[in-house]
Design a protein around this ligand. Structure first.
Ligand SMILES: Cc1ncc(COP(=O)(O)O)c(C=O)c1O
Length: 404
């Protein structure tokens, strides 16, 4: 290439090294490492966002998503954005100024639904649970009785800040008995924990590509049933966001492919491949795999004398929360994981900051090799950070789970 850079540009270049990101094992709450083939296909040559080959791929990706969501919903597509863009899209299409929404606020992530709905101008009934505990159906019933005209009830199936798996059946029954829409955040759950949108009568559901779906961050799958679509069609006012207007997005993804925005072909290639791999593995087999490795990790953690924050019986397989005893430094542990082992793990949010570790086992990373690696690293790091452990106990306990 002819060198036409100016002296100033050359001087600038000396300060900017060629990029070589570190190789990390991503065991935080997501993103997770993706299968090498997902990564590889994501760097295949781009297609234009209006290319018929690409729009065919969008339709096929939507079909794969229907399988993973376990739905026949026509309106199934991806928002170009991370998980919260899915939340914004669903909520800003369903809610109008002055509408009432009841939010099952289980922690930081489902808690953001409160903020998103308030920004839309909705009246929000915020049902906040004790951290690590599920939402009690009786409290939801009472909130519906106190607010006769509720348009939406929303919560998360998998609350990543506290490692909680929220049972949905009773919440769905109450929501529909009061004629509201049942909206579920499955950013962390989809592809990792049992979820069947149609069978569980979920009216709208959103997710993120970077967690249990095993793809790169940047796409937010959403699905809405006929009931939810009817609510959108009957809006008194236009959806206030051009970018998140689901009816226009539906035309682009599943209709005549009229231009809406410049979707990234490379992100879609990766998601397509990760979804194809999910079908190849089998959805139920995948849920079982996540459960097995989550159980083994928890057994190892308990064998080190540590406890799980989440209420027993409601622990997520895909994200394990470790309560740290007084005096054990969360930041020092996470720093050692990163600098000594190139492993990323998560810390606590809000009042749990400094008191909690969060370890994700999602998608490609939910495997025995990684469980053993994380436990071995933790066993080595903990004594340096003020917590003594019995050498070998964690791996022995995990091994017992694998032998069950
Ligand atoms: C349950 C849940 N909801 C929403 C989000 C937000 O997703 P994103 O960070 O991809 O916008 C997350 C991210 O961790 C999450 O775990």
């Amino acid at each position: 290439m002819t060198q036409l850079a100016s002296d100033q540009e050359n001087a600038f270049l000396h300060q900017i090294a060629e990029l070589h990101p570190s190789y990390r094992l991503l065991h935080g709450p997501g993103p997770c490492n993706v299968d090498p083939h997902v990564l590889g296909i994501s760097s295949a040559p781009q297609l234009g966002h209006m290319d018929p080959e690409f729009t065919d791929l969008l339709e096929e990706t939507a079909e794969l998503l229907r399988h993973v969501f376990q739905t026949e919903n026509d309106l199934t597509l991806c928002i170009s954005g991370s998980g919260f863009s899915g939340a914004e899209a669903v909520l800003c299409n369903l809610l109008e100024v002055g509408d009432t929404i009841i939010v099952g606020n289980l922690g930081f992530f489902s808690g953001q639904i409160v903020d998103i709905a308030q920004r839309i101008g909705a009246h929000v009934v915020n049902l906040q649970t004790e951290l690590g505990k599920p939402l009690d159906a009786a409290i939801v019933e009472q909130a519906f009785n106190e607010h006769p005209v509720v348009k939406v009830f929303a919560t998360a199936i998998a609350e990543t800040s506290t490692g909680l798996l929220q049972p949905l059946a009773e919440l769905e029954r109450i929501t529909h008995a009061h004629n509201a829409l049942f909206v579920i955040d499955a950013v962390c759950g989809l592809g990792g924990v049992p979820l069947a949108v149609d069978a569980q009568r979920i009216d709208a559901c959103y997710s993120g590509s970077q967690k249990c779906l095993g793809a790169l961050p940047g796409l937010a799958p959403v699905t809405l049933n006929e009931r939810a679509v009817r609510v959108i069609k009957e809006r008194r006012t236009a959806v206030q966001s051009y970018y998140f207007d689901l009816q226009n997005l539906q035309r682009y993804w599943n209709g005549d492919h009229a231009y809406h925005h410049t979707a990234s072909s490379n992100l879609v290639y990766g998601l397509h491949e990760s979804l194809r791999q999910i079908v190849e593995e089998g959805l139920e087999a995948r849920w079982v795999r996540h459960q097995l490795h989550g159980d083994a990790l928890k057994a190892g953690i308990k064998a080190m004398g540590l406890s799980i924050l989440t209420q027993p019986g409601y622990e997520l397989s895909v994200l394990t929360t470790i309560s740290l005893p007084e005096g054990v430094d969360e930041l020092a542990i996470r720093r050692s994981f990163l600098t000594e082992y190139n492993i990323e793990i998560g810390g606590g949010f809000g009042s749990l900051k400094g008191r909690l570790l969060r370890v994700g086992l999602m998608g490609y990373n939910a495997c025995r090799r990684n469980v053993d690696t994380v436990l071995a690293a933790l066993e080595h790091i903990l004594p340096e950070c003020g917590w003594s452990v019995t050498p070998g106990a964690a791996l022995t306990a995990a091994d017992a789970v694998y032998r069950r």
